[in-house]
Ligand binder design. Structure first.
Ligand SMILES: O=c1nc[nH]c2c1ncn2[C@H]1C[C@H](O)[C@@H](COP(=O)(O)OP(=O)(O)OP(=O)(O)O)O1
Ligand SMILES: [Mg+2]
Length: 213
């Protein structure tokens, strides 16, 4: 039995604004009182793990310890079949850190282009199948932890399309769709995303019978 959230404030342990928006929307129906790592001024921990699970736990435990509150972290990434699963855990690292209009950010266009470059080297008939993984970890200041994993399959599509979402959304076309994640509203993306898949497992485990939304 995993430990359950008991109504205390929950830290959303991410420094990614797109993730924060999605996780806040997913949690909204459950009346969880949330505060973000940014609002608390928590530092961004170094992601030294080699798996999504390790990094999600590392981020959740760091925030829980620093805040003295339970914390929810997401570690996620895009894995491309023809690239042996890369960039995978290193998805964020493939986008160089840059400053945009005075704000720290990452150069996603460059990162997507790097994937496209490696794929097109393999010729026009290259397998473009790929998937997103999201691992959600909850950690408590006392050291307890819970892990939920989600996945969505799709196709790496070039050129990028759409302006919604974040990160690699403009190049990811989910299976059974002909538009990219960046052409979907938050609600439409939540109906099929890796993060929503992991969240469904979190809800079943954490909120049990009270689950809805
Ligand atoms: O739904 C998604 N749509 C598009 N791109 C996505 C998605 N989900 C993950 N991704 C990409 C971008 C993200 O930056 C990276 C994960 O890296 P990851 O270290 O987990 O996140 P991050 O550094 O951006 O924020 P933080 O660690 O503070 O939660 O994979
Ligand atoms: Mg990160």
């Amino acid at each position: 039995m995993t430990r359950k959230l008991d109504g205390s404030k929950l830290v959303i342990a991410t420094h990614n604004a797109g993730k924060l928006r999605e996780i806040s929307a997913l949690l909204a129906p459950f009346g969880v009182d949330c505060v973000s790592a940014g609002e608390l001024g928590l530092p961004e921990p170094e992601e030294t793990g080699t798996t999504f699970v390790e990094n999600a736990l590392l981020k959740a435990h760091a925030a829980a310890k620093a805040a003295g509150l339970p914390a929810l972290a997401d570690d996620s990434g895009l894995s491309v079949t023809a690239l042996g699963g890369r960039p995978g855990v290193y998805t964020a690292d493939w986008a160089e850190r840059q400053w945009f209009e005075g704000e720290p950010g990452r150069d996603w266009y460059m990162a997507m282009g790097k994937v496209e470059g490696l794929l097109s080297e393999q010729g026009p008939d290259v397998d473009r199948s790929c998937w997103f993984t999201s691992v959600l970890a909850i950690a408590w200041p006392e050291g307890d932890e819970a892990i939920y994993e989600g996945r969505v399959d799709g196709t790496f599509s070039w050129p990028p399309r759409g302006t919604m979402g974040f990160g690699y959304d403009p190049v990811f076309v989910p299976q059974g769709q002909n538009v990219s994640f960046a052409q979907l509203t938050v609600a439409e993306k939540q109906a099929m995303s890796h993060r929503a898949d992991a969240f469904e497992k979190l809800v079943a485990d954490q909120f049990g019978d009270a689950a809805h939304g």
